[in-house]
Design a binder for this molecule. Structure first.
Ligand code: KG4
Ligand code: ZN
Length: 370
């Protein structure tokens, strides 16, 4: 970490953020005021879905190449939409991991070039920290809070004390929730990305028709498991899903089962969190937080525990650069900047201490999305 002589006492910090860790090339400009208020001046996301759809998942080499081709244009669009120039920035932030390393290097190298050319501080941001702070882009989410981070590569419960201060309570022992959505969607013959497609199909279905296993029900701790559900759903898809209605019913049952497990584990964590902290704010973030059934189930669970509930607007649930710019701005406000030789990290657990202490949680799982 490098110390930059930034006057943090009063003025707002304007930061350009870049996100290239998976299949979205994104750039955003975010302004953070000294009192913690946040303004998103622009947020541009270029999805590569059509590059990867024929392959049923993200192809790392294609992703890296597509990021290289478009990153300059997307950054320029973000600055133009924010009516800002490089000369108005106080820093530049980029995702440095975890993720597909070829892509991460594109955004990080771009940020380093801007930092060097403009004499700006660089902030190498952990993508998961971006998700962790994403609710703060659109609402007041005062620290500390209990966070459920559910994306394509991750499924974790975390206590968030502040930027750079997260403690992991538990995580998945096999697939991430988004990964389960994507894989089961594939067995139902739905295209990539599977989560949103499964949600659309589930809207026509009856969730009560198929009975699916309830993993880890009542088990101590805060871990998750989706592999049993995935196997059961695949078997049902093969044996019983003959008509469109069968497939819709199965999709609805799967969605309900994932939401139920997330809610059960979150409920345990909320009970313990309230005892320990006396604070009652629950935040859900990550791509799976875009799922309406998941959101509604978690909101009801939080309400029953007397917790406030926050989820980012849909555009900030899935990968975006506004959350990276915000994490960058918060770090900058604390004088936490990076060296220009900061490395791209394919694996980078948010809470390294917990990850190392508990080897059953493979640190920074590297799924299709991380
Ligand atoms: O946060 P994200 O964009 O990328 C990372 O994994 O970091 O999350 C993508 C994941 C994918 O697995 C996608 O299928 C899932 O979030 N997802 C959804 C929905 N929208 C995105 N899953 C269920 N329902 C949705 N509406
Ligand atoms: Zn993500």
């Amino acid at each position: 970490m490098m110390a930059f002589p930034i006057d943090r006492s009063n003025g707002p910090l304007t930061v350009l953020g870049l996100e290239t860790s998976c299949d979205e090339t994104a750039a955003a400009v975010v302004r953070r005021f000294a009192d913690g208020r946040v303004e998103v001046l622009s947020s541009i996301v270029a999805s590569q879905t059509e590059h990867h759809a024929p392959f049923g998942g993200v192809v790392p080499e294609l992703a890296a190449r597509a990021h290289v081709e478009i990153i300059d244009q997307i950054a320029a669009e973000a600055l133009a939409a924010a009516q800002t120039g490089f000369e108005h920035l106080h820093g530049v932030a980029a995702t440095a991991g975890p993720g597909l390393v070829g892509g991460v290097m594109v955004g990080l190298s771009f940020a380093k070039a801007v930092a060097l050319a403009r004499g700006l501080p660089l902030v190498a941001v952990n993508h998961l920290e971006g998700h962790a702070l994403s609710a703060r882009l659109a609402a007041e989410a005062p620290y500390p809070f209990l966070l459920l981070l559910v994306s394509g590569g991750h499924c974790q419960l975390l206590e968030v004390e502040g930027v750079g201060a997260c403690r992991r309570l538990g995580s998945t022992i096999d697939d991430a929730a988004g990964e389960a959505f994507d894989k089961i969607a594939k067995t139902l013959g739905l295209g990539y990305p599977g989560g949103p497609a499964l949600e659309r199909l589930a809207a026509q279905g009856d969730a009560s028709r198929f009975v699916l296993p309830r993993a880890l029900l009542g088990r101590e701790g805060y871990d998750f498991s989706f592999s049993g559900l995935k196997t059961a759903a695949a078997r049902l898809a093969e044996a019983e899903a003959r008509t469109d209605q069968d497939r819709a019913d199965l999709a609805a049952a799967v969605q309900a089962a994932i939401a139920r497990q997330l809610a059960e584990r979150a409920d345990r964590a909320m009970a313990a969190y309230a005892r320990r902290h006396g604070r009652r704010l629950f935040v859900v973030a990550g791509g799976v937080a875009a799922n309406r059934t998941v959101r509604a189930t978690l909101e009801a669970t939080a309400a029953a525990r007397g917790f406030g509930f926050l989820a980012p607007p849909l555009a900030y649930c899935t990968d975006n650069a506004a959350m990276i710019a915000l994490a960058g701005a918060e770090r900058l406000a604390h004088g936490l900047t990076s060296e220009l030789n900061a490395a791209a990290r394919p694996r980078w657990p948010l809470d390294e201490a917990a990850a190392l202490a508990d080897p059953t949680h493979k640190p920074g799982r590297k799924g299709a999305k991380a």
